[in-house]
Ligand binder design. Sequence first.
Ligand SMILES: [Zn+2]
Length: 131
Amino acid sequence: MNIPNSILDTCGDSFIAADGDHIKASTQHFDDTGLMAMLCQHDIPIYIANMHTAGEKQFYAFALISALLKDLLKDWTVGLLYDIAYQIHHSLLKWNIMPERMEWIEFGVSVFHAYGLANCGITPSVEGITI
Ligand SMILES: [Zn+2]
């Protein structure tokens, strides 16, 4: 998933999740502002992170991924679908987070978010078929 920085920078306009500064909930009256969940392919929650910031920060995704990987064998390949998976992948590499596990993580974006990707300048494809 090699995406140029110029495209990553423009994704904040298309995906609210990519804009960590986008205020979704006030922290003035509430300590918790939301939940971020990691689900298995059967839509069953595996881990849930309690959000305490106004925006959807990437560290919630990092925490969920880290928790999952701690419970799995080190050489298991994990497929992660996330609407801004390319942003998470880029940040994990940039900040050298979990470098020992990167080769075992396959990042993907669900077809549901294909139009959002097109707005970012990314041409989505499914197994070689351009959408
Ligand atoms: Zn399952």
